[in-house]
Design a protein around this ligand. Structure first.
Ligand code: SME
Length: 167
């Protein structure tokens, strides 16, 4: 189900096929969205090159609350419409930011972050949250990342049930 060597091997930029295959193995037979998101974060964080943060925020009312992630501790809550995450959530579309310092309202959780991509997690017409990835390199993300991460998000939601409940 899972190739343990894969976790330590970084993929070439833009090559999401092995990652999607590994993700399918991890998601098979498990419907807990929180657990699946945690495994997605661990898998992708260790496989994608040149990233320093990867994880989910879940929508609670009109606020995004941090969920499973890999990387340095992050801001816990982001209002809809705020920062890159809140913007992608409000627009319900993927946002790629080549230079976070040039993005109005960017929220700096890890000062090392220079570029970012945020993919909304939408089931039907319902926004569940976002998948956020940060890189220490400027302009790290392109259309291949958009396609690959949107495919990962779609698999996560297809395999899983509801968002994890608040404690
Ligand atoms: N930079 C994000 C905040 C989340 S962290 O990057 C993990 C934003 O502007 O929404």
């Amino acid at each position: 189900m899972f190739d343990s060597d894969f976790e330590t091997a970084r993929l070439p930029r833009g090559d999401y096929a092995p990652l999607l295959s590994q993700l399918d193995g991890l998601l098979a037979g498990e419907a807990d969205l929180g657990a699946n998101a945690a495994n997605l974060a661990a898998l992708a964080f260790h496989a994608l090159p040149d990233i320093n943060w990867l994880g989910c925020y879940w929508l609670r009312g009109d606020t995004l609350v941090v969920g499973a992630f890999q990387g340095r501790p992050a801001c816990t809550r982001i209002a809809l419409g705020q920062g890159v995450c809140g913007t992608a959530a409000a627009r319900r579309e993927t946002v790629i930011v080549e230079d976070v310092h040039a993005f109005p309202g960017h929220i700096a959780c890890d000062p090392a972050s220079r570029s970012e991509i945020v993919v909304p997690l939408i089931r039907g017409d319902r926004l569940l949250g976002v998948l956020d990835v940060d890189s220490p390199l400027p302009a790290r993300f392109d259309a291949r990342d958009r396609t690959g991460l949107e495919a990962m998000a779609a698999r996560l939601l297809a395999a899983s049930g509801e968002a994890p409940p608040l404690p």
